[in-house]
Design a protein around this ligand. Structure first.
Ligand SMILES: Nc1ncnc2c1ncn2[C@@H]1O[C@H](COP(=O)(O)OP(=O)(O)OP(=O)(O)O)[C@@H](O)[C@H]1O
Length: 496
């Protein structure tokens, strides 16, 4: 489930929007989501909803709203515990993965951008974070009083991120492309002196020296007339530097970064792992570029024996490309990896230690499941008899029971996924790569397949990398999660 607070308040499960009810009910939801995983007293919800004079029925109205919200979430999640509103005394808490809420994702990406030393990456992460905004926070549910209490800090965070982004873009020599945006921003926020300074610098670098000096004069007059303030030294120093054409103000020479200047470290703000003998997957700076698109950029992580690591991200985040590189189907543009001690450059050896369930695994409908598995066991060099035994064992392991004699064409989607999983295990791999293994399955089918994956991983000490765009899948079975956005790792967490 995905929740949007930056703009109109909305909740989405897959592609359907949840009905969060009338305005006050959506407002209650928004307050709980802003304080995800924290208790919010009913009294506070009442004060925020009716700041002037709450009606006598106010507490009751909040209880009714919460119970309707709870039902809407449960119905949409079809029984999966994706998010839930729990009661503790006279307080409520929305229990949810905070990264399914845009406000918390925004803050996480901005935090990551601040740690980034490469301005290209920093600017692109900040632009991405800013793109999560679809309007003022809680736009369709809040009142001016409540917005002043709940949203002021958020709006300030957006402006600070925007200033940092424009600053990085100016350092990258992009003055021509940001000057109009800066002009609009200064008109909208006339007292933000950092924006004024950025505009003056952009104008100067565009060769518009008079406009840069006019901008300073206008800013100084406005500050004096309306705020009785003097400009900060950053503005007056900049004006002096412009007047004497200080070379320090010149636009930087834009060079394409050399290989050694590219960021090799990802920012992992939760999980850091020391090297250990247990490490079965070791990925360093793995990157893939298609034309101008970095499908995966600078991915670094490790996975230990027995770990079920989720690769979580929206469409196009780079999950499939990562798995395709690790299964040696696609060659990395940069970086390296090692699986079970085998370097990624030794393709044939990697394929012996890796099992793969691709996103759209095709199975020949005319074969029986057992024939299909035995065929693949033969490809890994097993004798005919061994291949048959192995096929039967795996068939039972994935819970396909007695259906071995039936043709695959008669299998349900869930049975095909189980078969695909069995095929991924046919070579006794150390690592299994699963790309959206539950796609197209109904909720009970999804639960079954996920439980099966976890059980097999535990029983066999397998390391599993599971690509998915569904937060609940990760919560259900993963021991850790890597969150990808536009090819970059934005978070690396242990699941608790
Ligand atoms: N063969 C290709 N040629 C060109 N671009 C590609 C190719 N494969 C992937 N891409 C691009 O790389 C980016 C990452 O794609 P990828 O399929 O790895 O993402 P994903 O996270 O698996 O997405 P999804 O959930 O939609 O499967 C996308 O912008 C995609 O268009």
């Amino acid at each position: 489930m995905e929740f949007q607070l930056l703009g109109a308040v909305e909740a989405w499960e897959q592609k359907s929007q949840l009905d969060l009810g009338p305005r006050k009910q959506r407002f209650t939801f928004a307050v709980l989501a802003l304080h995800a995983n924290q208790l919010v007293p009913v009294d506070r919800l009442v004060d925020l909803t009716w700041p002037a004079r709450p009606p006598r029925t106010a507490h009751h109205a909040i209880h009714v709203s919460v119970s309707r919200l709870r039902r809407a979430i449960a119905d949409a999640g079809a029984g999966r515990c994706d998010a839930d509103i729990i009661t503790r005394g006279s307080a409520y808490m929305l229990k949810v993965n905070p990264l399914s809420i845009d406000v918390h994702r925004f803050r996480a990406v901005v935090r990551g951008a601040r740690e980034e030393t490469d301005d290209t990456v920093k600017a692109s992460l900040l632009r991405h974070a800013l793109s999560m905004w679809h309007g003022p926070p809680l736009a369709d549910v809040t009142t001016p009083d409540a917005a002043a209490v709940l949203c002021h800090g958020l709006e300030e965070a957006r402006l600070a991120a925007l200033e940092e982004c424009l600053d990085a873009e100016l350092r990258l020599g992009r003055h021509a492309s940001v000057v109009d945006e800066l002009t609009d921003l200064v008109a909208e926020h006339p007292y933000r002196q950092r924006l004024q300074a950025l505009l003056m610098l952009a104008l100067y670098r565009c060769g518009r020296v008079t406009d840069a000096l006019d901008a300073y004069r206008a800013a100084r007059a406005r500050l004096a007339d309306e705020q009785a303030l003097e400009p900060e030294s950053r503005l007056s120093d900049l004006q002096r530097a412009i007047l004497c054409a200080d070379p320090a103000l010149d636009a930087p020479l834009v060079r394409s970064p050399s290989r050694t200047q590219l960021p090799h470290e990802i920012w992992s703000f939760v999980r850091t792992e020391p090297f250990s003998e247990d490490v079965v997957v070791d990925v360093r700076d793995l990157s893939k570029c298609y034309g101008a698109t970095w499908a995966v950029n600078g991915l670094t992580f490790t996975a230990r024996k027995g770990e079920v690591l989720g690769l979580l991200g929206p469409n196009g985040a780079g999950k499939t490309t990562t798995l395709r590189m690790l299964s040696t189907v696609v060659a990395p543009t940069r970086g390296q990896f090692c699986v079970a001690g085998v370097p990624g450059t030794r393709h044939n050896d990697v394929r012996k230690v890796v099992g793969v369930l691709p996103e759209n695994a095709g199975c020949p409908g005319h074969q029986t499941g057992l024939e299909f598995l035995a065929y693949h066991a033969r490809l890994f060099g097993h004798s005919r008899g061994e291949a048959r035994d192995r096929a039967a064992r795996l068939f039972a392991l994935v819970g396909l029971g007695d259906g071995g004699g039936a043709r695959i064409a008669t299998y349900s989607r869930g049975m095909r996924q189980r078969l695909g999983l069995a095929r991924a295990l046919v070579n006794d791999p150390a690592v299994v790569l699963l790309d959206e293994p539950t796609i197209g399955l109904d909720p009970p089918g999804q639960r079954d397949v996920l439980t099966l994956i976890r059980t097999i991983a535990e029983a066999r000490g397998l390391t599993v990398l599971l690509a998915t765009h569904a937060v609940p899948e990760v919560e259900r079975i993963c021991t850790g999660v890597l969150i990808l956005e536009r090819g970059r790792l934005v978070s690396n967490q242990v699941m608790t």
